[in-house]
Design a protein around this ligand. Structure first.
Ligand SMILES: Cc1cc2nc3c(=O)[nH]c(=O)nc-3n(C[C@H](O)[C@H](O)[C@H](O)COP(=O)(O)OP(=O)(O)OC[C@H]3O[C@@H](n4cnc5c(N)ncnc54)[C@H](O)[C@@H]3O)c2cc1C
Length: 265
């Protein structure tokens, strides 16, 4: 196995220009599980942890190397709440948002926030920068639009992130659990609501009809809440798997989104 330890993004993309199919290594919390189970063989590895610029974070930028432990203390409540639910303290101290995006599991806990605020994913390669809206980046279960020779540099947030955000996740126990359903609901100063859900479709998704209904009504009655819950449950695309049935996921999606809407209202 060959391994390189670049210390700048520019050096990393130069390495990737000659090793376009190299495996990128951040915290290793997903990758090393795959290697240990022999689901993945490593020939060429580019280790990213020595690249300080990947760990930069400001009011509208989250570098790919920012760990969940740092996101727990970030100013975005919906993301901080999500990061707090990831794995254990050990996982959160090394697992990164870039690795979460690289794996692109439908249950990745940072994604409902990214979808709810319309974040974009920034990719770098020797030929330049590509910025993809979240819904173009995620292409299927554990699939994303990253091309050979590219690395995920970070996440670009819109200038105005809605002030009110709430995240919650349903799992089989209260910690160290992969989501059966996760959701983030936001509300901006004009009263506009967004709703994003994870683990209930091939990729994270937005409940656009539920958003349109509540944004047209702009008031919260029990009837509105019932209708919002019904529309969310209708819009998700869950499957049966070892963690839960599709029917349970559909029901839990509506209930979770309804509770979060009440929190941000
Ligand atoms: C016990 C345990 C519990 C977990 N719990 C949760 C949980 O609750 N919620 C959750 O969402 N996840 C969970 N995970 C999964 C994992 O911790 C997260 O997905 C984490 O964010 C991965 O980040 P990492 O830096 O460790 O990625 P790595 O393992 O280093 O990489 C993951 C993938 O992304 C690629 N990659 C890494 N960095 C980049 C980059 N900059 N550009 C392009 N590709 C890149 C790698 O090649 C690899 O394919 C858990 C994992 C374990 C082992």
């Amino acid at each position: 196995m060959q391994i390189e330890y670049p210390t700048t993004v520019s050096d990393a993309v130069d390495v990737l220009a000659s090793w376009p199919d190299a495996t990128l290594l951040s915290g290793g919390t997903d990758l090393m599980v795959e290697v240990n189970y022999r689901h993945r063989r490593l020939d060429q590895v580019v280790a990213l942890r020595r690249i300080a610029e990947l760990a930069e974070m400001d009011s509208a930028w989250i570098g790919a190397g920012v760990t969940h432990a740092r996101l727990e203390r970030s100013p975005w409540q919906g993301l901080a709440e999500a990061a707090r639910t990831v794995g254990s303290p050990q996982i959160r101290s090394v697992g990164t948002i870039g690795g979460n995006l690289g794996t692109a599991s439908p249950a990745g806990d940072t994604f409902p926030f990214l979808a709810a605020v319309d974040a974009a994913i920034v990719l770098r390669s020797a030929s330049g920068v590509r910025t993809l809206p979240w819904d173009e980046f995620f292409t299927g279960p554990k699939q994303n639009a990253r091309r050979p020779g590219e690395l995920i540099a970070g996440v670009q947030l819109p200038e105005a992130v809605p002030a009110r955000q709430a995240f919650a996740k349903v799992g089989r126990r209260s910690a160290m659990v992969i989501a059966i359903v996760s959701a983030c609901v936001t509300r901006n100063e004009d009263g506009d609501v967004t709703v994003a859900l994870g683990a209930v479709g091939p990729t994270v998704l937005r409940a656009r009809q539920a958003e349109a209904m509540i944004n047209a009504e702009r008031r919260l009655t029990d009837t509105m809440l019932d209708e919002f819950q019904r529309l969310v449950a209708d819009e998700v695309q869950p499957i049966d798997d070892i963690r839960a049935s599709a029917a349970y996921r559909r029901h839990a999606s509506g209930v979770l989104a309804r509770r979060l809407l009440e929190r941000v209202w």
